[in-house]
Design a protein around this ligand. Structure first.
Ligand code: HAM
Length: 420
């Protein structure tokens, strides 16, 4: 048996209807905020990611699916979408016009991580990206949008955590101070943090080791070193979140796994998913477009992890309501022919209808209808065909009514009572 590649999973019904629901709601909310869809290739030149995400991040150092194509060019399955959005923005000259360009994109990402609950090697994200706006209102709008998606999905028990990571004006001095401090702690830090303290010092805040965490409580954070402009930006974002009653928690130790962020950084976390607690993450990436050869245009964005969102919503409720199904149980060849015709006519009227082709007993067909969650079963045999009417059984109550086979409106009306 050929199995799926480790860390990549099939998404099967009925779970797929939850995915559809999430994506439908996200699309509706994006539309309200003026975000348009952008669809991008899954494969990009490797340097796009190494230059944007950061050479010393876990993603670029050890998690990318990188290979040489038949022409010997190094290509990579995208580990995230922001770099590709920026590449497309530059390549297609989407910077024309003064307005903020707002895009969303939904699709799979690939990271060669150690698979565990909530962490896969192929996973899916819903990304929202706003390019061309410097104002803190753009950050606030984007976070409000993100939280609206969660609210519209009825997601509770999540927390928005925010921080400011400073800018090229104030961060370098802080990084120097942090590096010097970490150098003094030297061998007390775990091996990873010793390495990070020179290559990517902010990342030490993400270390899970208790010893490192203890040391880090004594280390000053970026929040204490922000320049006036960064403080003002941060305060305005928080003020707007407060105005629309979006609760958030400040965490001056929040850092992100990608290097392109400055100023606003945020995550949406939950206590219900074990170790993989972030359902979404994002922030401002003002220097990235210029860094990748485009105009000096600021930007901000987020990505929701769909697998984690699906897991959270499944924990919260029973499942999604599907359109009520009419199942036609057919007994004999003539009934099969008539049943096929009836089902086909109903489908063309927008009613979900189905039948079985296996010439099984009535009992077996009723069991099948039950398993499918049918709202009604119409029972068709030779006798019913002759009479021109058949019993319609309500599967929830067991009640039966006899309907005329030519009176499709009555069948539709019965289903409409179930919310067709
Ligand atoms: P990220 O924090 O790396 O950010 O990923 C965003 C979300 O994707 C995470 O919060 C998580 O829910 C989900 N995720 C990440 N890795 C995995 C995995 N291996 N398995 C399952 N889910 C996963 C970014 O990717 C940025 N590009 C977000 C962004 C957009 N920043 C600005 N714009």
């Amino acid at each position: 048996m050929i199995k799926a590649v480790r860390g990549m999973k099939d998404i099967l019904p009925p779970e797929t209807s939850r995915w559809q629901h999430i994506e439908t709601v996200a699309r509706q909310v994006f539309a309200c905020y003026g975000f348009q869809e952008i669809r991008l290739p899954l494969l990009e030149r490797t340097e796009l990611f190494s230059r944007s995400i950061g050479a010393s991040t876990d993603i670029v150092e050890k998690e990318m699916y990188t290979f040489l194509d038949r022409h010997g060019e190094s290509v990579t399955l995208r580990p995230e979408a922001t770099a590709s959005v920026v590449r497309a923005f530059i390549e297609n000259r989407l910077d024309q016009g003064a307005e903020v360009k707002k895009y969303f994109t939904i699709g799979p990402m690939f990271r060669y991580e150690r698979p565990q609950k909530g962490r896969y090697r192929q996973f899916h994200q819903i990304n929202g990206e706003a390019l061309g706006g410097e104002a803190p209102e753009v950050d606030a709008e984007l976070i409000l949008l993100l939280m609206d998606i969660f609210a519209r999905l009825g997601l509770t028990e999540i927390a928005l955590v925010i921080n400011s990571l400073g800018c090229p004006l104030c961060r370098p001095a802080y990084l120097l101070e942090l590096t010097a401090l970490l150098a003094r702690k030297g061998r007390d830090l775990c091996e990873d943090c010793q390495r990070r303290s020179t290559s990517n010092p902010l990342r030490v805040f993400d270390c899970k080791s208790k010893v490192c965490q203890e040391i880090l409580t004594q280390v000053p954070t970026m929040a204490d070193h922000l320049c006036d402009a960064c403080v003002q930006h941060d305060e305005r974002v928080r003020e707007l979140l407060g105005r629309y009653e979006v609760p958030y928690r400040s965490n001056p130790r929040l850092v992100r796994g990608l290097d392109y962020y400055n100023r606003t950084a945020f995550e949406v976390v939950t206590t219900h998913l074990g170790a993989q607690d972030a359902v979404a993450g994002g922030g401002r990436y003002n220097g990235l477009i210029k860094e990748l050869g485009g105009p000096d245009v600021p930007a901000v964005g987020f990505a929701i992890g769909e697998e984690r969102l699906v897991a959270l919503l499944s924990q919260q409720d029973e499942g999604l309501a599907l359109p009520p199904l009419l199942y036609v149980a057919v007994l004999g060849a003539a009934a099969m022919d008539q049943g096929f015709d009836l089902v086909q006519t109903l489908r063309r009227r927008g009613v979900a209808a189905d039948l079985d082709f296996g010439q099984r007993s009535l009992k077996a067909q009723l069991t099948m209808a039950n398993r499918r969650g049918a709202a009604f079963v119409l029972i068709l045999g030779d006798q019913e065909l002759t009479a021109g009417e058949a019993p319609l059984k309500d599967m929830a109550t067991g009640a039966q009514q006899v309907v005329s086979l030519t009176d499709l409106a009555a069948i539709c009306a019965a289903l409409q009572g179930k919310g067709v």
